[in-house]
Design a protein around this ligand. Structure first.
Ligand SMILES: Nc1ncnc2c1ncn2[C@@H]1O[C@H](COP(=O)(O)OP(=O)(O)OP(=O)(O)O)[C@@H](O)[C@H]1O
Length: 251
């Protein structure tokens, strides 16, 4: 297993945000985590990337215990995170955003990567091509569509070449076409990376969940199965009822 989690728990002011007895992920697996608001999904990713410290439990990544390590140490080991909130600089071009991200995070990139500017330039182009942003390289990030900004955010994570990518709500606020394109991009990226995606948009989940879907409710694991089993499970249906999330109507 690339990632394995045991008895992980964290509380905030007495509220149990996460109490996850077990979770594991294979190399190159794309796992989607769903669950109603406040289920602990973001908290889980926060623990995996070192942003939040667990009160107890263990996370092994590639057989290395990472609980207790800093965000930079965890990033160096190969875990990259795309947060829900946009973090690109709107007044800089797409190219300069990528360049800046590479320079700011140079301690987590291989030194080889920095040997020559041409090498770096080639890498930035290669990543831009992967996410379909080559025509926009010289455009200001602030002038991009919402979808293109998401792809730039994803590109910044890909630049780091992480073994595991943590992707928080990549389809939020995107058009149907952009959502489909984002799904296709994540599926393609899953050929080279393991990916955990948190998502509320069930159409999008259906598109990308080729393997197991994990359902969290109130910080706990409710079930893990294929999307078709999960969507028809009465407990999953019940935990979403009354929460008026139109994206979940497909269930
Ligand atoms: N820094 C924090 N301080 C206090 N409480 C927090 C903090 N972060 C999360 N929580 C609480 O922990 C619980 C889990 O929150 P979390 O954001 O992980 O859920 P989520 O499943 O990602 O929800 P959403 O789908 O709305 O993003 C919630 O009750 C939330 O209010």
């Amino acid at each position: 297993m690339l990632l394995s989690v045991k008895d992980l728990a964290v509380s905030f002011g007495g509220v149990h945000a996460l109490a996850l007895s077990q979770f594991s992920l294979r190399d190159k697996e794309l796992r989607v985590i769903i669950g109603p608001n406040g289920a602990g999904k973001s908290t889980f990713l926060d623990i995996l990337c070192g942003k939040t410290k667990a009160d107890k439990g263990q996370v092994f990544f590639n057989d290395t215990l990472i609980t207790g390590k800093t965000e930079v140490q965890i990033a160096r080991l190969g875990i990259g995170r795309k947060f829900q909130k946009p973090s690109v600089f709107p007044g800089l071009s797409v190219y300069d955003n990528l360049l800046l991200a590479a320079r700011m995070k140079k301690d987590i990139f291989s030194s080889l990567f920095f040997k020559a500017t041409r090498e770096l330039n080639d890498r930035l182009h290669q990543v831009a091509e992967k996410v379909g942003l080559v025509p926009q390289l010289q455009k200001l990030a602030g002038s991009l569509s919402h979808g293109q900004q998401q792809w730039l955010e994803i590109a910044i994570v890909v630049l780091q070449d992480p073994k595991l990518m943590l992707v928080d709500e990549p389809a939020a606020g995107l058009s149907t076409e952009e959502t489909e394109k984002t799904g296709a991009l994540l599926l393609e990226l899953s050929n080279d990376h393991s990916i955990i995606v948190i998502e509320h948009d069930m159409q999008f989940v259906q598109q990308i969940a080729k393997e197991r879907v994990t359902v969290l409710v109130s910080g706990r694991l409710l079930m893990e199965d294929t999307f078709s089993v999960v969507r028809n499970d009465q407990r999953v249906i019940d935990c979403y009822l009354g929460r008026t999330n139109p994206q979940l109507e497909i269930i």
